[in-house]
Design a protein around this ligand. Structure first.
Ligand SMILES: Cc1cc2nc3c(=O)[nH]c(=O)nc-3n(C[C@H](O)[C@H](O)[C@H](O)COP(=O)(O)OP(=O)(O)OC[C@H]3O[C@@H](n4cnc5c(N)ncnc54)[C@H](O)[C@@H]3O)c2cc1C
Length: 455
């Protein structure tokens, strides 16, 4: 019997979870010709949508964890629980952490991203929210330390990054720290109207830091609801403040210029005298959580793949890596244009011009601010469906006729439904210019999340 060809999947991100499920359904078609391997550093995958609910203590961890061994067994995929250290592209091999190498004929990458780092010394713990795989244990340690806080003054926790994740996690932290769970439940209904939820006098002061306005891409109604929710949790909001580092127990930041149109919705609890743009200031802090913009996974950044600054993979619409048709990539590790590839603004032949491309879009299309899709689980999931189709198409065909297969293109949805959990069994929804909130949205979000985790 001839040797089978090898497809190796690196990273059990959202896209590969879907692929594994698809491989299970199509296994009679591909198992005669292909062996498939999954290499992942942990024995389960985390579904990011359910993560804030788990961190808030509203959901058990099982509602966000997808165990990989049973999934792989069902799909007849070989599971290797280890980390890939480097991509040896010239040899079509991967260097694994334990020292051995694994060859591939086709490779698919879904390894996620990290948070942009912040310069800091060792005086204050600085915890990155990504990678999300080990966040729960870091979170538990933080809660333990905060619970055992012995000083008479409250601890100051800073969340750097006021996007949807930063806001959700700030509320999740406030919720997790609310100790009297039963009492809290009774107060929730009232609290939605006007009462603040945080109780203890030494309850930590949580501040959400953002360089510009909070969630600039959210519609104004939804943003207002979100700010109200943060207010109910007594979370301080420090907008137009560019944090430059954390040294000697102080956050160092610079005041940023304000856009007049955004003033209506932003409010700051800081009572310091008004400062002008460029002013440098400091503020004491005890713990820092990083919800900063996505930074590339070192595995990708240190590879010779075609990269778009600061280090995300340039792909074709089929999700094949540019110049490497036997390598596929999806999710946060990819830079995917936010406008259709056939757009006259997009020059698909030159990834070196990626930044130029962004500028072109900005200067000629008023609506588009970001040249590439935001790093979000929503896009990773959608790309997973397309990746599953294309790879299963490839695997199900005779390996000798691979050149004749036509793959589908990924076309990003122009509008996504944002569902932001407010850590009180409620969620805020934003769809285009529309905004809503309520317990029904939280229940619906849970239903959607669970349909992914336990389909
Ligand atoms: C706290 C938090 C909350 C979020 N909430 C939401 C939300 O509600 N909705 C939403 O859409 N997005 C949310 N996001 C964003 C979301 O987490 C990411 O966009 C999403 O996880 C990206 O998925 P992915 O498929 O690219 O990879 P990931 O889900 O990050 O998975 C990558 C996998 O690759 C593995 N891996 C990485 N490197 C290696 C290696 N070298 N070798 C082997 N394995 C490796 C990791 O162990 C991991 O299993 C949130 C992010 C955070 C931090």
């Amino acid at each position: 019997m001839k040797d089978k060809k090898k497809l190796v999947l690196v990273g059990a991100g959202h896209a590969h979870i879907q692929l594994l499920r698809h491989l299970e359904k199509t296994k009679p078609l591909w198992t005669p010709h292909w062996s498939v391997f999954l290499v992942n550093s942990m024995d389960h995958s985390i579904y990011s949508g359910a993560l804030p609910g788990v961190l808030a203590g509203l959901l058990p961890p099982s509602q966000m964890q997808i165990p990989l061994e049973p999934l792989c067994q069902k799909a007849q995929v070989h599971f290797l629980k280890t980390q890939v250290q480097s991509l040896l592209l010239e040899k079509n091999s991967l260097q694994l952490y334990q020292g051995n190498q694994i060859h591939f004929d086709q490779l698919s990458l879904n390894v996620g991203s990290l948070n942009s780092p912040l310069p800091h010394d060792e005086t204050v713990p600085v915890i990155s929210l990504k990678p999300i795989g080990d966040l729960l244990s870091k979170w538990q340690k933080l809660l333990d330390i905060l619970e055992q806080w012995e000083h008479s003054r409250p601890p100051h926790v800073a969340l750097i990054g006021g996007g949807a994740t930063g806001a959700e996690i700030a509320m999740a932290l406030a919720a997790a720290l609310t100790t009297q769970q039963k009492l809290q439940k009774k107060r929730l209904a009232k609290a939605w109207n006007e009462q603040p939820l945080a109780a203890s006098s030494v309850a930590p002061v949580i501040t959400l830091w953002q360089r510009e306005d909070l969630l600039p891409n959210l519609n104004p109604r939804a943003r207002k609801k979100l700010i109200q929710a943060l207010h109910r949790w007594q979370i301080q909001i420090q907008t137009y403040s560019h944090v430059t580092g954390v040294f000697k127990g102080q956050i160092h930041y610079e005041i940023q210029p304000r856009l007049p149109s955004n003033n209506i919705l932003s409010f700051e609890t800081s009572k310091k005298s008004p400062a002008g743009p460029g002013d440098s200031r400091t503020q004491p802090v005890d713990f820092v959580l990083l919800a900063t913009p996505a930074a590339p996974n070192p595995l990708i950044k240190n590879s010779s793949l075609p990269l778009i600054p600061p280090g995300f993979i340039g792909v074709e619409p089929t999700l094949q890596v540019s110049q490497y048709p036997h390598i596929w990539a999806a999710g946060d590790c990819v830079a995917f244009p936010a406008v259709p590839f056939e757009s006259p603004f997009y020059d698909s032949t030159s990834y070196a011009n990626a930044n130029l491309y962004g500028t072109k879009v900005n200067s000629r299309t008023s609506k588009s601010e970001v040249p590439f899709l935001p790093k979000s689980g929503v896009y990773a999931v959608r790309q997973g469906a397309l990746l599953s189709h294309n790879l299963c198409q490839l695997l199900s065909n005779n390996p000798n006729t691979l050149g004749t297969i036509t793959f589908k293109n990924y076309v990003p949805q122009t509008r996504t439904l944002a569902l932001i959990a407010t850590a009180d069994h409620r969620a805020i929804g934003a769809w285009g210019p529309f905004a809503m909130d309520g317990t029904w949205l939280w229940r619906w979000k849970q239903y959607l999340d669970q349909s992914f985790v336990q389909p």
